[in-house]
Design a protein around this ligand. Sequence first.
Ligand SMILES: Nc1nc2c(c(=O)[nH]1)N[C@H]1C(S)=C(S)[C@@H](COP(=O)(O)OP(=O)(O)OC[C@H]3O[C@@H](n4cnc5c(=O)[nH]c(N)nc54)[C@H](O)[C@@H]3O)O[C@H]1N2
Ligand SMILES: Nc1nc2c(c(=O)[nH]1)N[C@H]1C(S)=C(S)[C@@H](COP(=O)(O)OP(=O)(O)OC[C@H]3O[C@@H](n4cnc5c(=O)[nH]c(N)nc54)[C@H](O)[C@@H]3O)O[C@H]1N2
Ligand code: SF4
Ligand SMILES: [Mo]
Length: 866
Amino acid sequence: MNAVRTTCPYCGVGCGVLATPEGAVRGDPAHPANQGRLCSKGTALGETLDLPGRLLHPEVDGKRASWDAALDAVAEGFRRALAEHGPEGIALYVSGQLLTEDYYAANKLAKGFLGTGNIDSNSRLCMASAVAGHRRAFGEDLVPGVYEDLELADLVVLVGSNLAWCHPVLFQRLMAAKAARPAMRIVVVDPRRTATCEGADLHLPIAPGGDVALFNALLRHLHARGHRSDAPGLDAALAAAPGETGLDPVALATFLDWFAGTPRTVTLFSQGANQSSAGTDKANAIINCHLLSGRIGLPGAGPFSITGQPNAMGGREVGALANMLAGHLDWSRPEEVAALREFWSAPAIAPGPGLKAVDLFRVAAEGRIGALWVMATNPAVSMPDVDSVRAALRRLPCLVASDVTRESDTMDLARIRLPALGWGEKDGTVTNSERVISRQRGFRPWPGEARPDWWIVSQVARRLGWGDSFAWAGPADIFREHAAVTGLARPAERVFDISGLAGLSDAEYAALAPTRWPVARRGAQGGRLAPAARFVATPFRPPAHEISTDYPLRLLTGRLRDQWHTMTRTGPVPRLMAHWPEPTVTLHPEGAPPEGSLARIESRWGQAVLRVRHDPGQAPGTGFVPMHWTDRFAPPARVNAAVNPAVDPVSGQPELKHTPVRVTPVAMAWHGFVLARRALGTDLAAWSALLPAAEGVWRHELAGVDAPAAAFAGLRALVAEPDAAWVLLEDPAAGLHRAALLRDGRLLAVVFLGPDHALPARDWLVSLFAGDAIGSAARRCLLAGAPAEGPAPSPTICVCHGVSAAAILGCGGTSVAAVGEATRAGTGCGSCRPEIAALLDSAPPAAHIPKDGSGSRQEYAATLVD
Ligand SMILES: Nc1nc2c(c(=O)[nH]1)N[C@H]1C(S)=C(S)[C@@H](COP(=O)(O)OP(=O)(O)OC[C@H]3O[C@@H](n4cnc5c(=O)[nH]c(N)nc54)[C@H](O)[C@@H]3O)O[C@H]1N2
Ligand SMILES: Nc1nc2c(c(=O)[nH]1)N[C@H]1C(S)=C(S)[C@@H](COP(=O)(O)OP(=O)(O)OC[C@H]3O[C@@H](n4cnc5c(=O)[nH]c(N)nc54)[C@H](O)[C@@H]3O)O[C@H]1N2
Ligand code: SF4
Ligand SMILES: [Mo]
């Protein structure tokens, strides 16, 4: 196989991938992160290589432009904004999905030459609190541990992490370790009972925002149990206000005892910790406990901040957050600023930190930013209070956006659109959660006029008069320069040092094997870190905005297993949409609107309308909405319109995981769906969601407030085709309107309307679109929406091997392993194993196959699974 060794572009696990130009993809057995494994998203990478909607040429003011003209326009936009507003009035907003080399180039342009601190990254929404916590405790942004520690630990505590869905390969490594060593314990701290809880011994359904209280209690408990430390700050930390966890006292006591009595403990934390107005304190409250128990940087022991994006860590290394400098150099140390100024020959280097993301868009909304360049991120969807952010984007005189796709909500608003290379084309490095630097290598030709992000940056720099400082021939040149920066102003206390890689030849860079930092000398390999640390007092504070009688429910947001962020790459792939086809709000069944109905969630900031899904594992008083839906797929379901923009006072990271809302049922005149052989858009009705149902089949979920008969006629007219015939069923008195469009026995479209959400499952109808002509038996039941006999198709659980819930329940296996042997379900990427376990646990089984195909439901046992 002519496969190229590269790295997965999704999560921060950073799995090695072997890929061929034809799009065949498999896990790289030689990569230390995954040792050959891949999850559902990684496995489907081949299907995302030729997505429609690719941006292939630069555009200025909506018209195709040459690179010269587009780059001139960017330079002119920034020159004008500089003249009008000064360096405070220009900004870059970049992303952990850039390669380190692209990231370095953007940061050098902003801080070194445009002279502005205003370059922030979507990592502000993601890792900023962990970064700030590390810097307060260790004096530097350091992750002490490595993945292997999760396998060596006797206790693994997952705080605000849905590892099973968000870092699936690491979760599989953890599950394999536990299977080999059943005495190992896993605790999940999360207000929701997630798929990750399926592998856990104890689930602590913490009150949203209660984590600081939990770890403050743990610190006191450890102290009472005789743990001592010489590190500074312990007394103040012990004296800090404890706070309320909302936990059952027995479960809490169990956790405190397990932790105190287990030397090999890893506490892994993710967005349930970071995305909080107390996010930095959450990180420090966790680190405090590891410090007092002496468990940092040891095999199987340490605090572990897991990164989200493929190159979240790389962005921190190059300093592309508004409050950081390149190479972990620091504005607070003048000798380091001077060293960088000299190294870059950048007399105008930014004098200090710039605006953090939430502030940046607020200032832009006030008209104080003249030019903004967005790279590899979609703030028109992913920022909190996002309608205000959209208003800010619209107000910008010069909005530049570099992306691989034309199909993003941010691209819609951009004045200058620049086509960037994507995964499989671009070339450079990324750093994963355990500090391992890996190569992403191109294995596909560059499409259209798309160019690498670093090249685009360097061309703009040249037009602004700084060509000599950006005269790189390729990513190897940039990497060497970045590596050299990390060696500046030495000797110093800074641990981050890869100056040992500054002398790599082009050939050595091309062949670079996964390498963990620090690498201070050529040939060195980093290991665990045991930095000197201090305690930080973390007095408990409740979330920034508390619930009230008007807004009595706590809205949590997060991710789904098979979607990536704003869906630009995963949304169009039917296999990935199958797992969770509609935008939902998950609620505890008690007092919730009926399952399958539509409900409005409203906050002080905005609203979204979503399909109701019941889950007894959702804590009463909370609701969960995935962050993924956009104008492209379901305009009314953009949850960030409702999410509050409060930030952590230290890190500036927004509180994306806690917004007070109310939920109200939405009355609609009709509900319905259209299946068609092309996408008809997302404006077909008052509520509209678009999903790829199968290869060449699009599903439109709809609900309207107009007269059903008129809506039905309108929808039929939309899909009508010459020489095709309608099969019709209409009962206007009952509000029932159904139609199927056929030509020569081939199904072209289906339009179903009813008075409420109780409509037939879509899966069987979707299956009829495959093949040339449908059989007479199926034809007779077409408008019933279900076959006359035999089971209706049930939702796919195992995406890799296409195994349905019905097949799993019907195979006779009673364990995940037995089901795997009988059906192959769960034996591919393994991401669905928690769902198989949940399905097997549920009783009576048949009741848990969703009637409407709206996603798999999970029921859960008691809190203490032990
Ligand atoms: N499938 C998939 N995987 C991804 C991504 C994706 O888009 N899709 N994105 C990647 C990125 S960039 C990131 S940052 C990671 C995120 O990975 P995770 O952080 O694991 O994912 P989330 O679903 O955002 O949030 C995790 C959990 O935090 C819980 N939570 C909410 N509030 C609180 C609280 O106050 N305390 C605690 N303890 N928990 C709380 C939520 O219920 C949720 O289950 O995933 C990465 N991996
Ligand atoms: N409510 C809520 N909101 C959230 C979160 C949450 O949990 N809840 N999580 C937050 C977190 S942790 C994150 S990380 C953000 C993610 O939010 P975003 O970064 O806005 O989401 P993505 O969809 O990943 O956007 C990446 C864009 O970069 C493009 N792209 C991919 N590769 C390249 C490349 O090589 N070059 C260029 N130029 N473009 C490229 C993609 O096509 C896509 O348009 O969302 C945040 N928002
Ligand atoms: S766990 Fe999945 S998404 Fe994350 S890097 Fe590995 S294959 Fe990619
Ligand atoms: Mo993230």
